[in-house]
Design a protein. Sequence first.
Length: 234
Amino acid sequence: MSTAHFLISFLTFLAVARMAESHISRDEIESKLKRKTAVYNLLCSARRQGVFAKCCKGLKEEIDNLKTKAYYNELSRQCPEPLGMESGIIPDSSITASSFYSADCQPHYARLNRDLGLCAWLPEISPEWSWLQVDFGEKLIVLGLATQGSCRQNYWVKSYFVSYKEEHDALNWLVYTSYEGRPIEFQGNSDQNTVVTNYFYDYGMPIAARYVRIMPLSYTNRPGMRVEYYGCRL
């Protein structure tokens, strides 16, 4: 095979691989990692490195990214533990929000399965700009979350975004996205009390964060929420 034909075949492989990458699931990560590593070892040897250096660099970056995904997905199978909303391990002072409607629906009332008062967080005004924030006190691996609506009234969140920060002094909040960089609109609740759980590895990567915010997108009557997070310590 000539160098030109070899290069065309190599670039075609990378293009197809990148298209497939946008739809990768966690069950495909390991096999995709093995295939790309095998191709890298075949095409990016020291003998060919000078000819295909740029392409090999891109493939190496994809392999490293897959290795990171594989690590977090393996971690997610080992430690899906509640992080302390329902149990109270997360203190009231670490649960904040954009606003709250009354003393009966403060941010720290947003604990999964709470049944006191209005038993949920309800924002005061401008629900479309509202958010509920948790400070875990340190950076953790956050694997997913579970939500409920208010147990007293017909208030629940039907869909939401998630954003996060790694550290206290981080300047920007990051909106959770899929592997291809698309913001994920998580499916929420369709009634007051049924628990709906979303795991990040079903959409993209688990996150490493100290702060996490839920931002309601659609809701019934008012965005009432009770929440639990799942993950493990670094």
